[in-house]
Design a protein around this ligand. Structure first.
Ligand code: ADP
Length: 751
């Protein structure tokens, strides 16, 4: 390393969260690519401020095989020493003595508050140390300021400035797994379960868990219930039972409070239900299980993107002057002053104590408000006492199945009924609709659908049907509009229905996420998790052999699934359909992997999209790698094939399904509902996007979308899995834009 190489320390602090390891790996490897040196601080701030320093250099192999491990290999702690000025002074001295003045902190708001304080006090701390003779003036001059980059790592997802924190998605999975398991036993015994969910003062996990788990009532801190909530809750639970539900699940956030500010405990909720309804009621507290388990694909991606961005900023010559927080907004990595995010967090805490929940909701942002509205709407969605149907809407499925389709239909039916919308299933797609294969869906018809795989509605094969036949079928069956679930086949059908004078909603549901207008679609997250889990299994076969694993993903002409699989799985190479790859490229990729094996690498994951590489089959790709590797590794294939389309939906997919469904119902019941719209997620928000706008992102003839936002991400996957110097593509990339990657809102403030 050159004497001027950037020296960057990274630590994990506070409550642990799944995928903190993935973030550490990303920071360290990015710093190494940028020509810097990385150091790990162990046991949180204690490794700097405690009696013994624990600060060690981290090399490439020190962060191998941790991408899929929960917890944090650096250790984490709540450090009392760092809360004291003397502890922070010691920390500053130790960093300067190690010639380090760049620090990446992965943790929650407490850890980041500590980081900001350290940043602000740094000049004073260093000056004090000079005065006491513990540092020299020249050392102080060389390290006049501390660069601090915060990476939100907290299952609670309570930090303003990011849509998601590292760990939240995995914690949600643990919660929803618990609710699913409880539902099975509760329904056998017709019991009620009251589930306490973590999140401190933030209701994200409770609200999201309630939607995804199909819970029947939810209490969150941001929406203290009306004074008569006990009656209201019991009425809702009783109404659900008499409508045919065999069990009830109530989700209570650990920070839930009533309007007087008094805590609402699971014990109190149980007592209420037992007293008033006489239901056999049990409490379930998943507790620390919520922090456990392997990190989800979504968390690994969030962690890798944020860690990569932090590593790049920390190692670059253009490091920001003020402390910064990295975050995710929609599909973009963002950077903003850490003090602004912490100020907002402080304001939220203040408003929470004064009971100003409207103020808290406003500060939590639009995506959170939408989540709360969806969770409230879902638990209140009971069969109306008097049925007033103002619209009859057919719901149909076209093309391949995707996990989460049933969850979407369930939410459409449940949210539709109170709004006067009667949903009718049309089996066999648009063709089935014209053939009269139509039946009403009642509230009870969709019981248990939230977690079900596949599609209860029989999918159509996107058979072209004339507009006149559809209009006639709608008139004959008194149907006012159509919701189509699916990927490209759904879009192709919708294109045929334009201008026919009735409302059409396309609800993107495809594992390929290849739909125009929306950043993602229902089903993609489940498929991603499934493929990554399969690749992990080979990884877990151990390192006695050096292995090259070729994973083939679905996704047709779209690179979303292979690229994101690459990041979550730690792929050394991603072949996406958008890229032109020659036989020479493949040979050199294989040789590069062989060279890395020489340098100590034990596993190389290669991901190919099914329609990448033209006619080359995955067998042929394996052979090409086998030959190029000259016996240095054994070849394995992961070809999940049809299994990607099956399986139960992940929590994120169930959530998206409910949010799309709510958006569809709101639009269908609005006076403006004519023409075709797509329920889409853009910039982290769900909205109904008019067809004209979506068309700009669609190449209808080629059946592909034109905005390929994920294309720039493949290079991150490769940077995190290929050693520095092994890839000229990566060398060029880092030389071209040392401080950030090509397309993101990552703008480095002047420093
Ligand atoms: P989290 O990061 O999960 O919110 P904590 O609130 O426990 O967790 O904070 C973790 C650690 O961060 C604390 O143990 C302490 O070392 C440090 N810290 C938190 N707040 C401050 C502060 N105001 N000043 C200095 N250090 C702090």
């Amino acid at each position: 390393m050159s004497p001027s190489a950037a020296r960057v320390a990274v630590l994990t602090s506070g409550g642990d969260a799944q995928a903190m390891n993935a973030a550490v790996r990303a920071v360290v490897r990015t710093v190494l690519h940028a020509g810097g040196e990385a150091f790990g601080v162990h046991e949180g701030y204690d490794g700097l401020a405690g009696p013994e320093a624990d600060l060690r250099p981290l090399g490439w192999d020190d962060v191998s095989r941790i991408l899929d491990r929960g917890g944090t290999v650096l250790g984490t702690a709540r450090s009392e020493a760092f809360r004291q000025r003397e502890g922070r002074r010691r920390a500053a001295i130790r960093l300067v003595q190690n010639r380090i003045d760049r620090l990446v902190v992965i943790g929650g708001d407490g850890s980041l508050t500590g980081a900001l304080r350290f940043h602000d006090e740094w000049p004073e701390l260093v000056a004090d140390a000079v005065e006491a003779g513990e540092l020299t003036a020249s050392q102080a001059q060389q390290h006049a300021r501390l660069t601090v980059l915060g990476v939100p790592g907290s299952i609670d997802n309570d930090l303003p400035g990011t849509d998601v924190a590292i760990g939240t998605d995995s914690a949600l999975r643990q919660i929803v797994d618990a609710i699913d398991a409880l539902e099975a036993t509760a329904s056998s015994h017709q019991r009620t379960f009251v589930v306490e969910v973590m999140g401190r003062n933030c209701g994200y996990l409770a609200a999201a868990g309630a939607i995804a788990g199909g819970a029947d009532y939810v209490l969150v801190p941001e929406a203290p219930p009306e004074p008569q909530w006990p009656e209201q809750m019991c009425e809702l639970l009783a109404a659900g039972r008499s409508a045919g539900r065999r069990n009830s699940v109530v989700v209570v956030a650990e920070g839930a409070r009533d309007r007087q500010g008094d805590p609402i405990t699971v014990a109190a909720v149980r007592a209420l239900i037992e007293d008033r309804l006489g239901d056999e009621t049990r409490i379930s507290v998943p507790g620390h299980v919520q922090r456990g388990g392997t990190p989800s694909a979504g968390d690994r991606i969030t962690a890798s993107l944020l860690g990569h961005a932090a590593g790049r900023l920390a190692a670059t010559g253009r490091r920001p002057a003020d402390a910064q927080l990295l975050g995710i907004r929609g599909t973009e990595v963002t950077i903003a002053p850490l003090r602004d995010a912490l100020r907002a967090a402080g304001r939220i805490a203040e408003l929470s104590t004064t009971g100003d929940s409207a103020g808290v909701r406003a500060l939590r942002g639009a995506a959170f408000k939408d989540l709360l509205a969806t969770s409230t709407a879902m638990v209140r969605a009971l069969p109306p006492a008097r049925r007033e149907v103002t619209r009859r809407i057919a719901v149909l499925v076209e093309g391949d199945l995707a996990p989460g389709m049933n969850a979407a239909v369930r939410a459409l039916v449940r949210l539709g009924l109170p709004a006067g919308v009667q949903l009718l299933r049309a089996d066999g797609g648009l063709l089935g609709l014209t053939q009269g294969r139509v039946e009403p869906l009642e509230w009870k018809s969709v019981c248990g659908w939230a977690s079900q795989a596949g599609s209860q509605i029989i999918a159509g094969d996107a058979v072209a049907v004339g507009g006149a036949a559809v209009v006639e079928a709608l008139q004959r069956q008194a149907i006012d509009g159509i919701v189509i679930l699916g990927g490209w086949p759904a879009f192709a059908q919708a294109a045929r229905l334009e201008g026919l004078g009735f409302p059409v909603v396309v609800l993107p549901a495809t594992i390929a996420a290849d739909v125009p207008g929306s950043a993602s679609s229902v089903g993609a997250d489940s498929a991603l998790n499934w493929i990554v889990t399969n690749a992990d299994r080979i990884r877990h076969l151990g390192t006695s052999q050096v292995r090259c694993v070729i994973a083939e993903t679905a996704g047709r002409t779209c690179g979303y699934l292979p690229t994101l699989t690459g990041i979550a799985g730690g792929a050394v190479r991603v072949y996406a359909p958008e890229e032109d790859v020659t036989a020479d490229d493949i040979r050199s990729d294989a040789r590069r992997l062989a060279d890395s094996v020489g340098a100590g690498q034990r596993l190389g994951l290669v991901v190919r999209g099914e329609q990448a590489l033209g006619e080359l089959t995955t067998d042929e790709l394996c052979r090409a790698f086998d030959e190029g590797g000259e016996g240095r590794f054994t070849m394995h294939q992961v070809v999940p094939g049809q299994t990607q389309f099956g399986g139960g939906p992940s929590p994120a997919d169930r959530l998206l399904a409910a949010q799309f469904a709510r958006c569809a119902v709101v639009w269908l019941t609005s006076p403006m509902s004519t023409g075709v719209v797509v329920t889409a997620i853009r910039g982290g928000l769900v909205e109904a996007v008019p067809w004209d706008e979506v068309r700009g992102d669609a190449d209808l003839a080629a059946g592909r979308r034109t905005d390929t936002w994920w294309a720039d991400l493949a290079v991150i996957s490769e940077a995190l899995s290929n050693r520095p110097g092994t890839s000229s593509r990566l060398r060029d990339e880092f030389a071209r834009s040392p401080g950030g990657f090509a397309r993101s809102s990552l703008v480095v403030p002047a420093g």
